[in-house]
Design a protein around this ligand. Structure first.
Ligand code: CP
Ligand code: NVA
Length: 302
């Protein structure tokens, strides 16, 4: 059974395959064609945290493909009403795949260990692989060859940054991250990245990271679950705002953000609403790429 808990679970060739399926489906969708290539398939969404993009793009996407979705909120009680093992073994009998958004990454790993259906990570505290697939697909649409590109990330080395770094490393892109010293990648994570082909640049200087970049990316300074650290982080990240001055150091770059954004903190209105911004295209691609992912992942299952 194939799962996607992080982008380490896919090879570069498999990511390219997902992108090829995505391109085909997106072209058809844009022309008004919705091919029901996954008739009767059932996708469960198991969410412990709020969501707009991930939830709705998966629910709409499986609908376009002829399948159905079941949204399971916190009341379903996995790991509380019953063990994750019992929950996973039963859920896997009913559905073809489950998208799981969990507070702790270990919970999604345990779900995947016991579920006889595909488990897709819809965000944990550690990774957000669906986001990174859509991000890289967006770079591919704008720049062409991802492997030739430089993606700069300014801000917290969080779940979004880790996933983007893995995707860039797999596809041979340069990933440059500028974060305050105490908010950089863990050394174990950097060591894992070394086995991939792309170059990793780590710096504390946002201008160094964005120089020559094809994409400049940022995310919130305090992620879901870190609300109590908001004030301290706002002070620690004050020099890491993506504003028009920083973007002028990367005049050729598009601006990306996974959203939701805290406007006026990690990004200013003039950048997110400005001519370099591709955030709406990027958010739309969440749906297209996840349709490609579902088609690729479920095609191999009976
Ligand atoms: N970018 C993203 O995952 O958004 P949601 O939290 O709204 O799903
Ligand atoms: N880093 C953010 C991403 C939200 C899509 C969070 O985990 O809250």
């Amino acid at each position: 059974m194939r799962h996607m808990l992080s982008l380490f679970d896919l090879t570069a060739a498999e990511i390219e395959r997902v992108f090829a399926v995505t391109e085909d489906l997106k072209t058809k969708f844009t022309a008004g064609v919705r091919e029901p290539i996954l008739p009767g398939r059932v996708l469960a969404l198991l969410f412990e945290k709020p969501s707009l993009r991930t939830r709705v793009s998966f629910e709409a996407g499986i609908g376009h493909l002829g399948g159905v979705s079941l949204f399971l909120g916190q009341d379903v009680g996995w790991g509380e009403r019953e063990s994750i093992r019992d929950f996973a073994q039963v859920l896997g009998q009913y559905v073809d795949a489950v998208v799981c958004r969990a507070k702790a990454h270990a919970k999604v790993e345990e779900l995947a260990q016991f579920a006889e259906c595909a488990v897709i990570n819809g965000l944990t505290d550690y990774y957000h692989p669906c986001q990174a697939l859509a991000d890289l697909y967006t770079v591919r649409e704008i720049v062409g060859d991802v492997g030739d590109s430089k993606v700069a990330y300014v801000g917290d080395a969080n779940n979004v940054a880790r996933s983007l770094a893995i995707g860039c490393a797999k596809l041979g892109a340069t990933f440059a991250i500028a974060s305050p010293a105490n908010y950089s990648f863990e050394r174990e994570f950097v060591e894992k990245l070394q086995s991939e082909t792309g170059e990793l640049i780590e710096t504390t200087d946002p201008r160094e990271a964005v120089a020559g970049a094809d994409a400049v990316y940022t995310d919130v300074w305090a992620s879901m679950g870190q609300e109590s650290e908001q004030e301290r982080r706002a002070a620690d990240f004050a020099d890491y705002q993506v504003n028009s001055v920083l973007m002028s150091a990367a005049p050729e770059a598009c601006f990306l953000h996974c959203l939701p954004a805290r406007r006026g903190e990690e990004v200013t209105d003039d950048v997110i609403d400005g001519p370099q911004s591709a955030v709406v295209q990027q958010a739309a691609n969440r749906m297209h790429v996840q349709k490609g992912l579902l088609a690729w992942l479920l095609a191999s299952q009976h």
